[in-house]
Write a protein that binds this ligand. Structure first.
Ligand code: C5P
Length: 320
């Protein structure tokens, strides 16, 4: 009887996990390597915008994927694949392959991180899915096991597992937690048209080849680390930097108006988030972040504005 009920999906085992989006406080990019990737030195900070993944057991071995949206994102504006090209789907498959699992899973993602916005929404899906599926299928994994699987899925997935604030070297997967003090308040200006990460890195290469920008060996900016330890938002704002800003602005020149508007609203620092097109502004307080957001909305230079605070947690189980 119990088995029948399980087949009908009435009492299927279910696990829920969530992971945060991120902003890069520093993103220094070196010349493209033979593996097709650029070496980077970055400082990630997780912010409290969450992707929540519900994983429900299937006995037939299939993996399915559905999605819904946080109201603030006015969901549906972006095409997100729901097939085996989706990073969450691939994360579930990676767990199955690694542990010889024959069961399947229905994955449902509630999106709270902008899509194709340079905030690692897809990577957060993958990180939460790794954790949820490992728990659902009782794989008995360690965090290093999950890190290893995350590295195979994408450059930002390992950080989305770890969360908080961390230095990332290599492709971003060689992580060291960073010491921080206090909370940092952010405003994010989103655009409906995403900028694909590979396109931005290609434009970076072209600008380097044309001598418009220089790609040097990337190193961590000690000023960013000092500002984090001191919990000094003003100092951190002045130290924010992103080598992908020039190519992102070259591809989407309209973003300059967003940066100017945040500067006019006295943001402590403004930076393109990851590969863009999201622009991140650091504020003095939650109220200041809301005020900057209101100025951006009034200026009509962004499609959606959200505020968030960091650091936030990495991938965690929220129900099992
Ligand atoms: O690892 P991920 O799938 O997120 O990267 C997407 C693409 O972005 C890569 O295929 C590569 O073209 C580019 N990339 C890069 N250097 C990095 C990270 C990503 O060139 N450090």
């Amino acid at each position: 009887m119990t088995a029948d009920l399980a087949v009908e999906g009435i009492s299927r085992r279910r696990v829920k996990a969530r992971a945060s989006g991120k902003v890069n406080l520093q993103l220094s990019v070196g010349p493209r390597g033979f593996d097709g990737y650029h070496p980077i030195a970055t400082v990630f900070q997780a912010v409290d915008l969450y992707e929540t993944v519900t994983a429900t057991m299937r006995a037939d071995g299939a993996i399915t994927l559905t999605m819904d949206w946080a109201d603030s994102l006015q969901g549906g504006a972006f095409p997100v694949p729901l097939d085996d090209t989706n990073l969450a789907w691939r994360a579930a498959q990676a767990v199955r392959d690694a542990f010889g699992i024959v069961d399947g899973v229905d994955l449902h993602i509630h999106k709270g991180v902008p899509v194709a916005g340079g905030m690692a929404g897809g990577s957060a899906d993958a990180a939460a899915t790794l954790l949820a599926c490992a728990e659902l299928w009782d794989c008995g994994v360690s965090r290093p096991d999950l890190h290893h699987l995350a590295v195979g899925l994408g450059a930002d997935v390992p950080f989305c597992l770890l969360g908080h604030t961390a230095i990332g070297l290599g492709r971003g997967e060689r992580l060291s937690p960073a010491m921080t003090h206090g909370e940092f308040h952010w405003v994010f200006a989103l655009q409906h048209g995403g900028l694909p990460t590979p396109t931005v890195f290609e434009r970076f290469d072209r600008m380097v080849a044309l001598g418009e920008i220089v790609a040097t060996d990337p190193v961590v900016n000690t000023e960013v680390m000092a500002a984090l330890i001191a919990g000094d938002a003003g100092r951190l704002g002045a130290a924010l930097s992103n080598d992908l800003e020039a190519p992102a602005l070259d591809l989407a020149p309209g973003l300059a108006a967003v940066i100017d508007t945040m500067d006019d609203a006295a943001a402590l620092g403004v930076v393109v988030s990851g590969s863009g097109p999201t622009i991140a502004g650091l504020a003095r307080s939650r109220q200041h972040a809301l005020a900057i957001g209101a100025t951006i909305t009034a200026a009509g230079v962004a499609d959606v504005v959200v505020t968030a605070s960091g650091p936030a947690t990495g991938a965690v189980l929220v129900e099992r």
